[in-house]
Design a protein around this ligand. Structure first.
Ligand code: GDP
Ligand code: IMO
Ligand code: MG
Length: 421
């Protein structure tokens, strides 16, 4: 059985924290899409770490961590991450496996990412510049290099052919400053590091494990609204971040999917380009940003903030088939006298409960509703019964509005700051 944990908003919902918490209930934690554009923060035993490629179960003893075929891997970032993990838990890397089907991010993919963004000017996506888009383009264009290719005799030639293709393409774009020679050297050194971790035939690895009755937790990256098909296109990432993406990215049947745990923050954040309906441009937005320490875990960019949007949340629940919800960062509301959320929109003067096709093409006015805040500290709470009545009312209200139970309530960044119902 495969349970899935994924983000229901625009990323950074707290997936790393929730996966790290849940991992001991599973045998394998598996990433199925995305790459080092992700930044998943784990806080435990006085450590604060941000994982980009390695699954968030790595610091849990005995749990295997698998990088699936749907992931795009930058050897340079992976090498750095392996070193960081080893410095905290020296033997952890023996529990890390990678699928031979995962595509490789080349240094020139990062160059292309930067050049493509420069060419877009004001309409830029706000990419993390990790080379994600160009790598997935080479995958669908059938040009890519995969982890399993590293052991081929002609790997260097295939690398050079793809690099040269990229260099030709780059002539069409504005020039970007990039020390290709130095990055290539680091890349090939890092490839040697990947050779030291266990490369497996991804599809058989995961399906054999399932046949033996082992439990898998699939860890999503980014969020539903950044999905290439169902997100706020074109301001999205290049992979399928939704539940269906885990079947493709791991090579498992939809029949294997059990619980789908959807994570959402008590408010909404977004980093990069593209608007969102409940975005705040005032003091309240700044309050959420400061109180929530909303700065990107991968790029350090400030995250834009706004109120919880139930139209958007219901849309994400629908696409993912969410069976349980995890609400995070509820503690950021501790000081608020009033809590605000949107339950419907006015689009061109018409009431609507549908998320629009193109946010830039229509005028969306969220219709806000309010609740009285609890105005006391929830930080670190672990018991549902001990939560103030007003916080419980807020949680019940969300459950009524979206018709899915909130099973986990995160009350702080640390591993233990969690209410399990
Ligand atoms: P991810 O990409 O979904 O894993 O999320 P990020 O790690 O990018 O961002 C979430 C941020 O919120 C991190 O800094 C976490 O340490 C922090 N965080 C997670 N859950 C909570 C919570 O319930 N309360 C507070 N205050 N911080 C949290
Ligand atoms: P986690 O897993 C938040 C955003 C970028 C940009 C868009 C495309 O930590 O939640 P890309 O580099 O993928 O081509 O960028 O997607 N983005 C994220 N935003 N959290 C993430 O990951 C993100 N990964 C990509 O900011 O708007
Ligand atoms: Mg993140």
């Amino acid at each position: 059985m495969v349970d899935v944990v994924l983000g229901l908003q625009w990323g950074d919902e707290g997936k790393g924290k929730i996966v790290d918490f849940l991992a001991p209930n599973y045998d394998i934690v598996a990433r199925f899409q995305g790459g080092p554009n992700a930044g998943h923060t784990l806080i435990f035993e006085n450590h604060k770490v941000v994982l980009h490629t390695i699954p968030s179960g790595i610091f849990r003893k005995g749990i295997f961590n698998f990088i699936g075929s749907g992931v795009v891997v930058d050897p340079i970032t992976l090498k750095r991450e392996i070193k960081m993990v080893k410095s905290i838990m020296p033997d952890a890397i023996s529990r890390l496996l990678i699928s031979n089907g995962a595509h490789l991010i080349l240094p020139t993919h990062r160059m292309l990412d930067a050049a493509s963004e420069a060419a877009k000017g004001k309409k830029k996506i706000g990419s993390t510049l990790k080379g994600i888009g160009p790598t997935y383009m080479d995958k669908t264009g059938r040009n890519g290099l995969r982890v399993g290719d590293i052991s081929l005799e002609n790997f260097k030639e295939r690398y050079s052919a793809l690099r040269d293709k990229h260099l030709n393409l780059l002539k069409l774009y504005p020039k970007v400053s990039f020390d290709l020679e130095a990055e290539e050297q680091k890349w090939f050194e890092a490839i040697e590091e990947i050779k030291k971790i266990e490369v497996v035939e991804g599809t058989y690895y995961i399906n054999d494990a399932l046949e033996q009755g082992r439990k898998v937790l699939a860890e999503g990256a980014q969020g539903t609204m950044l999905d290439i098909d169902f997100g706020t296109y074109p301001y999205v990432t290049s992979s399928n971040t939704v539940t269906a993406g885990c079947c493709i990215g791991l090579g498992i049947s939809p029949h294997q999917v059990g619980e789908v745990i959807g994570i959402f923050k008590a408010y909404v954040t977004r980093v990069g380009g593209g608007s969102f309906p409940t975005e705040l441009f005032d003091e309240q937005g700044r309050f959420l940003q400061e109180e929530g320490h909303e700065f990107g875990a991968t790029t350090g960019r400030p995250r834009r903030c706004g109120w919880l949007d139930l139209v958007q949340l219901r849309y994400s629940i629908l696409i993912n088939g969410v069976t349980r919800l995890a609400l995070t960062k509820i503690d950021i509301f501790d000081k608020l006298e009033q809590i605000t959320y949107a339950d419907k929109y006015l689009i061109e003067g018409q009431e609507s409960r549908h998320f629009p096709f193109d946010l830039d093409a229509v005028d969306v006015e969220p219709q806000y509703e309010h609740l009285v805040g609890w105005q006391q500290s929830l930080a670190g709470s672990q018991s549902y019964d001990a939560l103030p009545e007003k916080a419980k009312e807020y949680i019940s209200l969300i459950e009524q509005k979206v018709k899915v139970p909130v099973q986990l309530v995160s009350t702080g960044a640390e591993r233990e700051s969690l209410v399990v119902r």
